[in-house]
Every structure is written in C-alpha cells, then in structure tokens.
Design a protein around this ligand. Structure first.
Ligand SMILES: O=C(O)CCC(=O)C(=O)O
Ligand SMILES: [Fe+2]
Length: 446
C-alpha cells in the first residue's frame, strides 16, 4: 500500500499527506495508540528507493500530527528469497526525526539482528528491537534465544541448501525455478535487454579455454556486492576486474531508464540465488557480503553466416548465476552425460575458484553455448567472486594445521585456468575422455 502511494505520487509532500490520511483512516477503526507503521527506507529495488530525507520528513509529520500513535518500525535489512542481510545502516537520523516531534511513540528497529547485535542495539538506544525469525514455528525458540544460539533456518530452506550442495558435489548445475509471476517479469526484463543489445556492435567474445571465439553483443555492470547498487562511475568500473570497453558500455546502458529498471529487477533475482547457493556451499554469512558481482549481458549474434556461442569452459570465478531466455546452453557432466538446463529458473553453476577453495569438493560446471544463426538468445550472467588478494577461510576443514585458508588471487587463478598442467587439468582429462572430445592443443597438451 505504502509502496503504491510512493510509486504513484511524484510530489513528496503529497505522498506524506496521503500516507497520513491512510493512517488516520485506520485510526478511525482501531484506537490510535494501537496503530503503528512499518517503513522500509532502503529498498533492494533501487528504482523504488526514496531519498532518506523523505522518510525523516514522513516520520516527523506522523509524530507531530498523530502524537498518540503506537510505533514507527524501521526495517533496514535487505531481503533475499531465503535469507535476510543486515545493512548495518545507521538509523539515528530516523530516531532523531521521531524524537524531535514525539517522546511517546515507540521506535522499533530491525536489521536482521542476531542475538549479539540485538543486545548491542538494545543497550545503546531506547528502541524496541525486532528480530526476524524463519516463518516456521521452532518449538525450541525460547531456549535458542536464551542461549544466544543462532536461529534455525526454515525446513524448506534447509532442504533447498542440501539439494544444491549434493548437486554441486557432482559438478552439475542447479536450477532455482521461478514462480510464474516472477517468470513473467524476468522475461519482460530480458526483452528489454534484447532490444538494447540489438543496437550494439557485435564483437568477438574472449578466447575460451578451447580457443573457440564467437560473435556476441555484450556489456557488463558491476556491484560491490549483493544489496549494493550498480557501480556508476568510470573510475569504479576501471578498478573492477573485467574488460574496460564493455564495462563502459554498461555504464552507458544504465542511462537508459528501462534498461536500468530491468537490470535492477534481474540483479535482485540473481543476488537472491547467489545468497542461497553461497550458504549451501558453506560460504560464511559475512564473506557473502564481501563478495563482488559482475553482471554480463549477452546477445548471441550470427556473423558472416557463422552461428553464435561460447566454447566449452568452466567459469573462472566462485559461483555464477545465469538467466537466459533461449536454447543453447549445454552442460557436460563429469560422468559423461550432456544436459540442457533450459530456461525455467536461475541456473547456478560452480566456477574454478569454488573448486580450488573447496579443495576439489565442488568441481566446476563445464558448459558451452551454441546458437544457430536465426535463433535469438539473450543471457545475463552474474559472476560472483571472493574479494581479491584476501585469505578466505575454507568451508570444510582440511584437518591440516598448516591450512590457514585460501589466498584468493584472481590473476593467478586466471593464468592457472589456462595452463595445460594447472589445477583444472585432471578435470579436463575426465571431460575430454568421457565426452570423446577433440580440443585444441592448449587444453590437451601435456
Ligand atoms: O549464455 C549462456 O547461456 C551462458 C553464458 C556463459 O557461459 C558465460 O558467459 O560464461
Ligand atoms: Fe560460462
């Protein structure tokens, strides 16, 4: 309801007045001191984000005009499909706005608090502190809270994490299917990207591990992490791992309002899938927030009669989340089967960094793309990666005292991925053997 008012009202003071009218209307049915309002000032969906001053003004107006209201509840955390993430944003401005106009309305704060952060905020402020719990009833909840133990995750989430984990152990992809409404929105957003990419010049894709190069129209966007906005300066793009030309083309693309809106929508779908999959393979909650993401959009194009595509490769990063709207993606399993994941959901694949970090526990997903010359296929791939030049704790304890963790060096990994005797070579041997492939010397040379 609130979001609808905000979406449909361009003038902030009219929006404030309308929201006050709604609260007053509710207060004719329920005593005012039993009415509260819940605000989510930091939307994951950037296009719906209002300036924070708007919320301060709104809170001040509410407090001065409805001084007997029960509470103002401010939610800071980012919500993904399966998990919530603290944004660690200061809520002091909102507290200040409320306190400037009323001392009787309670302020409730929420930021995906764990027991420790909840205690800290309760000690530092007068706030009522809200904690979010899984939607399922946990009969041990009281004990869990008293012991300060972490909350148990919901059973459906736990089942999903197990399914992802066991699929990834075999090097296969995992598809997180979209509910029908989401599917409709995803394809609408993909059509937008298709229209925009159609205008770009085709270029040769990077040289894959098997040396196949193909034509595509493409550019990329990046963010410092899930729940961060897209980078929006040339300097930030230049500092990010990736080719500058396509990164600058991505900056340009964000100037198109409908591309921006579609990208923001797709980012949220991809980020949710990344959060769930990261949790499944054991990347710790704080580390997930420190991982960066590059989002590449691709339209495969025929050129001089040649079909489009990408040669066989595993992605050279931690995890990839892929949304595509046409046939062409093919996965090569280590057991020799070939599968076509289709396009009913977000396709999750492990990359070569996941393989290295997990010490072989999660083999990367080998895949290629082939599209014929009349076929239209647009994809968006979110390449999720550990922060560079940082030691990352391992998910699975190797048992060796000397294992101080995994030092992540993107440059070294990229080099090693290409070497005939690199860490991936035993996997290439299996793939080549099981699928009876003939690949160029760079891969097969011993
Ligand atoms: O477009 C696709 O289906 C896959 C793209 C891909 O594998 C890549 O960009 O690494
Ligand atoms: Fe790929």
């Amino acid at each position: 309801m609130l979001q609808k008012i905000l979406d449909e009202t361009s003038d902030p003071s009219t929006a404030v007045a309308t929201i006050l009218k709604v609260i007053s209307a509710v207060a004719t049915l329920v005593p005012t001191d039993q009415v509260g309002i819940r605000l989510v000032p930091f939307s994951n969906v950037e296009s719906q984000q209002q300036p924070l001053e708007f919320f301060c003004t709104l809170i001040e107006s509410i407090a001065s005009q409805l001084p007997t209201l029960c509470f103002v509840h401010v939610v800071a955390h980012a919500r993904f499909d399966d998990f919530e993430y603290p944004r660690n944003a200061s809520l002091d401005e909102f507290r200040g706005a409320l306190a400037s106009a009323s001392h009787s309305i309670a302020f409730i704060s929420a930021d995906a608090y764990e027991s420790e952060t909840a205690s800290t905020i309760a000690a530092r402020t007068q706030d009522l502190v809200a904690i979010s719990l899984p939607a399922e009833i946990d009969l041990n909840l009281i004990t869990t809270l008293r012991q300060g133990a972490p909350y148990e995750i919901a059973e459906v989430t736990a089942d999903r994490l197990n399914a992802i984990r066991s699929t990834f152990q075999t090097g296969k992809e995992y598809v997180l299917e979209w509910p029908s409404e989401q599917k409709r929105k995803v394809f609408g957003a993909m059509d937008d990207l298709d229209r925009y990419l159609g205008e770009l010049d085709p270029a040769l894709s990077y040289e894959g591990t098997d040396k196949k190069v193909v034509w595509r129209k493409s550019c990329w966007f990046a963010s410092e992490g899930i729940s961060h906005p897209f980078l929006d300066t040339e300097k930030a793009i230049a500092a990010f791992d990736g080719d500058l030309h396509d990164g600058l083309a991505g900056l340009q693309a964000l100037q198109d309002p409908s591309v921006r809106q579609s990208m923001v929508y797709l980012k949220n779908v991809l980020d949710s899938a990344l959060v769930t999959t990261s949790a499944a393979v054991g990347i710790d909650k704080d580390m997930i927030q420190r991982c960066t993401v590059r989002y590449r959009i691709i339209k495969y194009t025929a050129h001089a009669g040649n079909p489009g595509g990408i040669g066989l490769h595993p992605d050279g990063n931690l995890l990839s989340a892929l949304i595509t709207n046409g046939d062409g993606l093919r996965v090569y399993d280590l057991d020799g089967t070939v599968r076509y994941p289709g396009y009913n959901g977000t396709i999750m694949m492990g990359g070569s960094t996941l393989y290295r970090w997990s010490q072989g526990h999660y083999p990367p997903t080998f895949h290629d793309v082939t599209t014929n010359k009349d076929q239209v296929k647009v994809s968006i791939v979110a390449f999720f990666n550990f922060p560079d030049l940082v030691t990352i704790p391992r998910a699975l304890n190797s048992g060796s005292a000397s294992d101080g963790g995994f030092f992540h060096d993107i440059r070294v990994i990229k080099e090693d991925d290409k070497l005939p005797h690199g860490q991936l070579s035993p996997l290439w041997d299996v793939i080549i053997d099981k699928h009876q492939l003939v690949l160029p010397p760079a891969v097969t040379a011993k």
